[in-house]
Design a protein around this ligand. Structure first.
Ligand code: FE2
Ligand code: FE2
Length: 260
């Protein structure tokens, strides 16, 4: 069953978190369905492991042809490896960084994505999705380049005030419950630290990101792996990554030696 992150009026945010298991062969990941009136969007729909459940979840809320958008934070396999199937099952366009626009079609059979991919510029955009008074809604694509992919976006929903943060904020671990929202960061850092040190590119980018998102009113930061962050964990997470050395900060000549 999906987790309801937000429900108010005709606006609903659902998280599917158990389509892949942490102790299985594939990393646990979250997929998202945003419903607004008679339409909506899927966000980081994932790979083929996640497709069936998410598709079923979608059909419970709208006819698939009503889907307004498929949003991809970046082009990793756990983000959009199922793209071919979504191209067949819906008529929605895919929003992805311009720098992945011509790479994403490799997930699909030839011709499947023609005219369906909308490349997001580096600066991001306030996307208008759906149509009309009742079904129109806004989602903001925020620049999050190098966190971790070179062309990387996070999606902010101004209605629920949820920041869908992609791989940033991810938590991993067999004893972790993705369905349990974290409000105290201290005990949660052990689930995040190793991942962020290796997968995030540099502290400089984290600091730029922190300055940007402090301008937003954020109720929840919801990552693509692991548990959502809310309450005090939101500002605490922003402060934690702002001071985190990661990626190229930690690389030295010792990491670039010919293997013995
Ligand atoms: Fe990724
Ligand atoms: Fe990921």
């Amino acid at each position: 069953m999906p987790i309801e992150l937000y429900r108010q009026g005709s606006h609903l945010c659902l998280m599917f978190s158990n389509l892949t298991q942490e102790d299985g062969e594939a990393v646990q990941s979250n997929q998202f369905l945003l419903v607004h009136g008679a339409t909506g969007a899927i966000l980081d729909p994932g790979g083929n492991l996640a497709y069936n459940e998410l598709y079923l979840g979608l059909t419970r809320h709208m006819p698939p042809h009503k889907l307004a958008a498929i949003l991809a934070s970046h082009a990793d396999p756990d983000i959009i490896a199922s793209l071919d199937r979504w191209m067949t099952a819906t008529t929605a366009p895919v929003y992805i960084s311009r720098i992945w626009e011509r790479f994403a079609p490799h997930f699909c059979k030839p011709g499947k994505t023609v005219g369906r991919i909308i490349g997001l510029p580096d600066a991001g955009a306030r996307l208008r999705l759906g149509q009309g008074e009742a079904d129109g809604f806004e989602l903001w694509a925020l620049p999050a380049h190098f966190l971790h992919a070179e062309g990387n976006f996070q999606f902010y929903d101004p209605v629920s005030r949820i920041l869908f943060s992609g791989d940033l904020g991810a938590s991993l671990g067999a004893d972790l419950q993705p369905g349990q929202t974290v409000t105290r960061l201290a005990g949660h850092i052990r689930h995040m630290e190793g991942f962020h040190r290796r997968y995030m590119v540099s502290n400089k980018v984290l600091r730029l990101w922190a300055a940007m998102v402090r301008e937003l009113d954020i109720a929840m930061i919801v990552p693509q792996h692991g548990a959502p962050l809310a309450g005090a964990a939101v500002p605490d997470f922003i402060a934690w990554v702002e001071g985190l050395a990661c990626g190229i900060d930690l690389m030295s000549a010792s990491h670039y030696r010919l293997p013995a």
